[in-house]
Design a protein around this ligand. Structure first.
Ligand code: G1P
Length: 289
């Protein structure tokens, strides 16, 4: 069955970015000249997704306004002769069909996905965690959909991590199947390094079968009273196969302020307009620090 729908979760508080995120959602922070969330939406569209279900929460209205049409702005731009910019604004609002659901309580990633159950229905779907920006030639989700088409079951993105960082990731117990593909034998959320069964950490891209919702419904909350997707995947393993796919691309955890800054520098250096000037500027100032 074709992957038509993607859930993008954007309900977190973004406390690591305070005071920046006091009055704006962390998903609206810039990565060079676009807000972070736009990268996820564009990745989904380029991967053939037709419907996006954006899970939001209180204080996230700026995201809805951003993808909405602004006739007033377009009119002002047209009047000023800025027709190209007016077109860009129009294109942004017609990128894709987006449904918004509010997660009323912050009960974890698993719970955020569960609230989209009715809209997803009985079909496999994608999940994108917008903190994880993946810079790649072929969009990461598109790579995963190709793997899904081969295996027709749950696929999760993985990458090699430093073992001491296992406390930040879902960690899989892998059985190599082919180049870059592993069968998941078990999966544990954020284990201590000495408990981690590999150094393959889960990255925020998933293709999930609809049976995940049944697993999520019976997943007990963790110590923080949150329902973890990882725990539901471990339950689902009793019934369905899960494969880990090591994608091609560089991933930035932009939910970490220092990595967000690094991603901004890297993306700006690669940008056709800003890149050359920034390269020259960095060359000039670096020796001062
Ligand atoms: C979530 C998942 C974790 C995964 C990570 C990838 O954790 O729970 O399994 O490895 O995303 O970014 P979070 O980063 O939301 O704490």
């Amino acid at each position: 069955m074709k992957i038509r729908k993607a859930i993008i979760t954007a309900a977190g508080w973004g406390t690591r970015f305070l005071p920046l995120t006091k009055t704006q959602p962390k998903e609206m922070l810039p990565l060079v000249n676009k807000p972070l969330i736009q990268y996820s939406v564009e990745e989904a569209v380029k991967s053939g997704i037709e419907q996006i279900i954006l899970i939001t929460a209180m204080g996230k209205r700026a995201i809805e306004d951003y993808f909405d049409r602004s006739f007033e702005l377009e009119h002002i731009l047209e009047k000023k002769g800025e027709t190209q910019l007016a077109k860009e604004m129009r294109d942004l609002s017609s990128l894709v069909n987006i449904f918004y659901i509010r997660q009323k309580e912050q009960l974890g990633l698993g719970h955020a996905i569960l609230v989209a159950k009715e809209i997803i229905g009985q079909e496999p779907f994608a999940v994108i965690l917008p903190d994880d920006i993946i810079d790649s030639e072929v969009p990461a989700l598109k790579q995963m959909i190709a793997v899904y088409e081969q295996y027709q079951t749950n696929i999760i993105a993985v990458e090699r991590i430093h073992r001491e960082d296992s406390v930040k990731y879902g960690i899989i117990e892998p059985k190599p199947v082919s180049n870059n593909v592993y069968q998941v034998l078990s999966i544990v959320e954020k284990p201590e390094p000495d408990q981690a069964l590999s150094n393959l950490g889960v990255v925020g891209r998933y293709i999930l079968m609809p049976e995940i919702f049944d697993a999520l419904k019976v997943t007990p909350p963790d110590k923080k009273q949150e329902i973890q997707l990882t725990d539901a995947l471990q339950i689902l393993l009793k019934q369905q196969a899960i494969y880990g796919y090591q994608f091609d691309g560089v991933r930035y955890d932009t939910g970490t302020p220092a990595v967000w800054l690094k991603a901004n520098i890297t993306f700006a250096l690669k940008h056709p307009v800003f890149g050359p000037e920034l390269r020259e500027y960095l060359g000039q100032i670096l020796h001062q620090f």
